[in-house]
Design a binder for this molecule. Structure first.
Ligand code: GDP
Length: 196
């Protein structure tokens, strides 16, 4: 797939530094340590988003190009990392600006650790997506940490809660970067949003 051609494009500290708002873009969001960098690396089969062991290290919007018209964006899990308040406010301002203004954004992939779903960050993203009518695809990450049976029941339970509180805006699946579980399903969603 085209994701294999993914290349780092630009880090933007502000919305004004984003690439031109054209073509199609899918954003990856998740609180620190949710497994976002690992998911991006697995889906693109490259070490694009350097896996960081330090929570909250990603301070910018990182753009990766798949081709001239398609991009992935790694958004920091702002607001809940251990960083000074002025930096949080800076992130929040620019991320909100990005999310609300970006016409080429066709979908948001939300990473939630299967053992800790619906953090305040996750709820805020889901609320925003519902209000904006933005489709969301939830990856329940690190599912290899549970037995297959426990993973399936966590999926059912989380899907029901998602449906009850946010309706039909979001799809959800199991995912493990380590064991490569759910990579085809996640890739299919990216391909649909990016018209691949
Ligand atoms: P980020 O902060 O959301 O970008 O998260 P990372 O991708 O850096 O992962 C955070 C931690 O979780 C790291 O220690 C990873 O090795 C670990 N991790 C990420 N994905 C998986 C997974 O699928 N399975 C397991 N067991 N650990 C994972």
């Amino acid at each position: 797939g085209l994701c294999q051609k993914a290349q780092f494009l630009i880090s933007a500290a502000k919305v004004e530094q984003c690439p031109p708002d054209e073509g199609l873009e899918v954003a990856f969001v998740g609180r620190s340590n949710s497994g976002k960098s690992s998911a991006i690396n697995t889906l693109t089969r490259a070490s694009l988003a350097r896996t960081s062991k330090t929570p909250g290290r990603t301070q910018l919007l990182n753009f990766f190009s798949l081709d001239e018209q398609r991009r992935l964006v790694d958004l920091p899990g702002y607001g809940y990392a251990k960083v000074p308040i002025p930096l949080k406010q800076h992130w929040q301002k620019h991320l909100e600006a990005y999310l609300s203004r970006r016409d080429c954004l066709t979908g948001v992939v939300l990473m939630m650790d299967i053992r800790h779903p619906f953090s305040p960050f996750d709820r805020m993203m889901l609320d925003w997506a519902k209000g904006a009518g933005m489709p969301v695809h939830v990856l329940l990450t690190k599912c290899d940490k549970l037995t297959p049976g426990a993973g399936r029941s966590a999926l059912q339970k989380t899907r029901k809660q998602l449906q009850d509180e946010w309706g039909d805006i979001a799809g959800i699946q199991l995912f493990s970067a380590t064991k490569r579980i759910g990579t085809d399903e996640a890739y299919d969603q990216l391909a649909a949003w990016l018209q691949l």
